[in-house]
Design a protein around this ligand. Structure first.
Ligand code: AP5
Ligand code: MG
Length: 181
């Protein structure tokens, strides 16, 4: 199965992506992990919550999706993040005759997102979880990534999931969303 997980910072893309990838036996392809492995955070954009240059991310993700272990499907997390990336992904997948099947949107109200990110900041000290930076990431999500939702809705692959519940319940809802024909 070919799936991408979209949603604002703190919506559970990583948490649910890992569970769904394991359930489907496909690789969990995390754009921020690919970026960190390939180039670190050389210009500080990740730490400041800004998006990294489109072409750099597109090249890395498409190269990863071309690896043999993704031939049977993949679970993308954090990509596409804007319509330029969505168009590049679509074009590439169409060329390989294996279109995206589901774009799972994890829907969580903003106050709950901020609460989750605050808790994670206290526990894990992720460098982009500080109070200003997490708000900036949410702003960028609204500006840059929210249009991707309409893009996938028009293509008939958007699966909106109410993700303001416990991890197990959200996992159940995500499975139900991608199990439908
Ligand atoms: P990225 O790593 O993708 O960060 P993000 O989108 O801001 O999302 P997070 O990882 O913070 O949240 P999540 O949705 O994965 O939630 P999680 O499961 O962790 O990107 C980081 C940076 O990389 C970007 O800012 C950018 O610079 C760069 N980048 C990456 N991709 C890019 C791209 N395509 N283009 C350009 N730049 C790119 O959960 C959050 C917390 O909530 C955790 O503590 C978790 O335990 C908890 N939690 C999860 N589910 C629940 C639940 N159901 N109930 C209660 N708590 C929960
Ligand atoms: Mg994540």
């Amino acid at each position: 199965m070919r799936v991408t997980m979209i949603g604002p910072p703190g919506s559970g893309k990583g948490t649910q992506g890992e569970l769904l990838a394991a359930a489907l036996s496909v690789p969990h392809v995390v754009s921020s992990d690919l970026l960190r492995e390939a180039q670190g955070d050389s210009d500080g954009r990740m730490a400041s919550g800004d998006l990294v240059d489109d072409q750099a991310v597109i090249d890395l993700v498409l190269e990863r999706l071309g690896a043999p272990d993704c031939a049977g499907g993949f679970l993308l997390d954090g990509f596409p993040r804007d319509t330029t990336q969505a168009t590049a992904l679509d074009g590439w997948l169409a060329g390989a005759d294996r279109p995206l099947e589901h774009a799972v949107l994890l829907d969580v109200p903003e106050d709950a997102l901020l609460e989750r990110l605050e808790e994670r900041a206290a526990e894990q000290h992720r460098d982009d979880d500080g109070p200003q930076t997490r708000r900036h990431r949410l702003d960028l999500y609204r500006q840059q990534t929210a249009p991707v939702i309409d893009y996938y809705r028009r293509r008939g692959v958007l699966r909106q999931v109410d993700a303001a519940a416990g991890v197990d319940e959200v996992a159940r809802r995500v499975r139900a969303a991608v199990d439908r024909p």
